[in-house]
Design a protein around this ligand. Sequence first.
Ligand code: BG6
Length: 474
Amino acid sequence: RRPDDHVVVIFGATGDLAKRKLLPGLFHLARAGLLPERYRVVGSAPAQFALDDDDFRRHARDAVAAFGLCEPTGEAWRTFEASLSFGSADPDDPGPLLAKVRAAEDAIGGRPRRLFHLAVPPAAFGSVIKLLGETGLSEGSRVIVEKPFGTDLASARALNDTVHAVFDESRVFRIDHFLGKESVDNILALRFANGLLEPVWNRDHISHVQIDVPETLGLEGRAHFYEETGAFRDMVVTHLIQVLGTVAMEPPVSLDAQRLRDEKAKVFEALRPVDPAHVVRGQYEGYRDEPGVAPDSQTETFAALRLEVDNWRWAGVPFLLRTGKRLAQQRQVITLGFREPPLRMFPTEIAGRDKDRADEIVIDFADPGWIAVRFLAKKPGPAMDLAPAEMTFRYEDSFRLSHGLEGYERLILDAMLGDQSLFTRSDGIERIWEISAPLLKSPPQTQPYAPGSWGPEPAVGELVAPGHWYLPDH
Ligand code: BG6
């Protein structure tokens, strides 16, 4: 199904996100024949960053060349490029943007739908939304709001009020690009399309769940944003708890957006408020010397925490979440560890690390991702010696396409189609801020860690009792 004709407006069109993800993503969608038959893309930014149409096209070409999956060449590029224009917008002067949107609508003809993507810093969400309301651009339109959505419960509520004064919830698409990842979406298929796994996907069989997103990346020139945000808001609230929602949810009655999001909201409802004693905050050594970072900054660049989902399925199963900048590896991994069988009847003990690596399901959700089932097997030979073994699913082994749409591409397409399934909902976001309140109120001290390490050990290890926090490698 192709979306209706559209004018897509990107606020923050000269910014980092537009350059890395949105412009390359839109071009990839265009090349794949997934954009509407008739569309236009209008870039926007405050007048001080204004470009003319030709400069914006060059900017887009450079962005696609640097970050896109396909080269900005040939007929496909020329068609896409011709769809681009730029109109600046300031709260007291939205005129240039209005003129470009009108021109784009006239060029398409009929009544194309408008989709606004707010790729601007969170502090600017409110003023852009107001501008859309005051100019009437909001009428009949949809809006994609970037993350983080608020900084705490009060600000998320206030932002929801601002948004809802202009757009009703059915037209609001709060983005978490992790939910657009192919291998996160695949968790629904894995769990609910197979009789094999779902029966064991609960506290009777699973001893713990780990969601790990270590990054080797540092600030990438985003000190201003990051100083205000930190790892907990940037990653845990925004992405990791959303992934937890997909892992922990009950089977929905159907796959429509409301049912799916109802089930996730119930998981968030069941989350126990974060206990600051179950959180480790870290800051990599050298962070305070980065340009734009305060010399006495307390911002955490690492967060590890233990969460509990107080419901029938998960009571007593720790959910261990960990993420941070400048860590040893760049990974995105969910691990479900299984309980030991009731009786140990094998003569040999599996020692140390090997023991931890057996009897688990590992879902690597970095594009393109893989899934491994690890188990203990008898080592060939006369003795009953056990060793870890595994079965692995890789996209490229089973499907011709090892790589579908990138997270942002999938989500922009879904927003054009009006499908909210993979977007976060106001009640879910507010609940996540609500359970975060004790931590935001009394955050533990940040502890230093060496760049390239696994964060402030042994504090992190203490969160995992009994057991041992490790990242399955491959
Ligand atoms: C973003 C965060 O939302 O997600 C970044 O702001 C982080 O700090 C990024 O690096 C990770 O996402 P990806 O696209 O690498 O999966």
